[in-house]
Design a protein around this ligand. Structure first.
Ligand SMILES: [Zn+2]
Length: 354
């Protein structure tokens, strides 16, 4: 009896396999198929869920000013996909425009380095950002590989300036890069690549000790996003679809919004309580934070050297005595983080002691 069942099953399995076998000439590969796979985030395409998201994020975005920098454009239109249908300059601008729409809808103010297909030098992009009085700078790009045999390379990357430990490195910038990277790569279903564990990269990796011009020269916190590779044989197909560019913008928007929702400490010099009596100069810096401050994280730097301070945990304020500092010009910088490892918005002040 058992043998009969086994034979019967074997016959069914064999005939089953035989009937579903695809003749070899009908096999298709990713090289010749028009394959544009992407998910449509329901909180973007369902109007009720979209309104709910925007309303929830508005609480954290109202009053914020963001500078967007769509890379390339004008005379710089040389970055083109292998199928000839994607010009990097154009998709950077489309993504930036959708992102502007989402940010403004949620109550933020946006400034752009370019709003059309025009030439803007890197110098001008940095100058525009530095005089913009915006809170942070986001440069939007798409990546490429020069080696045409590597047309399978595709990942999402977010760049910050310098290496951790360098004076130029900024923790706040790195956190912002992490948030955008997480939400963008998830939205695109595109990983962060093998070069880093969280998809964020130092710009020194590409340009050692120098970094990207805009990240180095822009004085507000700045990140540069490489959404994906336009040289990828698969990615080029979805990058040419505007609906997908809109989804890219949604991924960046969610990263910015979630970063602001998490919140970060904000430092301000207390003008009333900071005093100079005779030769005693005392600065008071107030720390505005909804969360507790990690007291081990506090660093007060005077011309790059760590100096002493007193932290009043109850009132969340720092007292810095500069009595020992000789007359001269100084840069005061304060770095700290809250209990969730969110670092303060960069606080750097130029001080002249007479
Ligand atoms: Zn680019």
């Amino acid at each position: 009896m058992r043998n009969e069942i086994f034979i019967l099953l074997t016959i069914i399995l064999i005939t089953g396999c035989a009937s579903s076998k695809i003749p070899e000439k009908e096999l298709i590969t990713f090289d010749d198929i028009q394959c544009a796979y992407y998910e449509k985030p329901e909180d973007l395409f369902d109007s009720v869920l979209y309104s709910k998201s925007i309303t929830e994020y508005s609480e954290f975005l109202i009053g914020k000013k963001i500078f967007l920098d769509p890379g390339h454009g004008g005379q710089d239109r040389k970055n083109i996909s292998p199928n000839g249908k994607v010009v990097e300059a154009d998709i950077n601008l489309i993504v930036a425009k959708y992102l502007t729409g989402f940010l403004e809808h949620a109550g933020a103010e946006v400034e752009l380095s370019r709003a059309s297909d025009e030439t803007v030098s890197l110098e001008d992009r940095a100058l525009l950002a530095n005089k913009s009085k915006t809170d942070f700078f986001i440069s939007i790009h798409h990546n490429s590989t020069e080696d045409t045999t590597r047309n399978w390379v595709n990942y999402t990357a977010a760049f910050y300036h310098a290496n951790p430990g360098d004076y130029e490195y900024d923790y706040f910038e790195h956190s912002l890069a992490r948030y955008i990277q997480r939400d963008l790569s998830y939205t695109l279903r595109n990983s962060g690549g093998l070069g880093s564990f969280d998809g964020t990269y130092s710009d020194y990796l590409i340009k050692p000790n120098e970094g990207f011009y805009v990240l180095r020269e822009v004085k507000i916190p700045a990140v540069l996003i490489e959404c994906s590779f336009f040289t990828s044989r698969l990615e080029q197909q979805r990058l040419q679809i505007e609906e997908f560019n809109k989804i890219e913008a949604w991924g960046i928007f969610k990263g910015i919004a979630n970063f602001l929702k998490t919140g970060y400490p904000l430092l301000t010099l207390n003008q009333v309580r900071s005093v100079k009596i005779n030769d005693n100069l005392k600065l008071i810096v107030d720390v505005d934070s909804k969360k507790n401050i990690n007291t081990n994280s506090i660093k007060v730097l005077l011309n790059k050297d760590e100096i002493n301070y007193i932290f009043d945990e109850k009132n969340k304020s720092l007292e810095i005595n500069l009595n020992d500092a000789a007359p001269g010009k100084y840069e005061l910088r304060i770095i700290l983080s809250d209990e969730e490892n969110m670092f303060n918005y960069p606080f750097t002040r130029q001080i002249i002691i007479k």
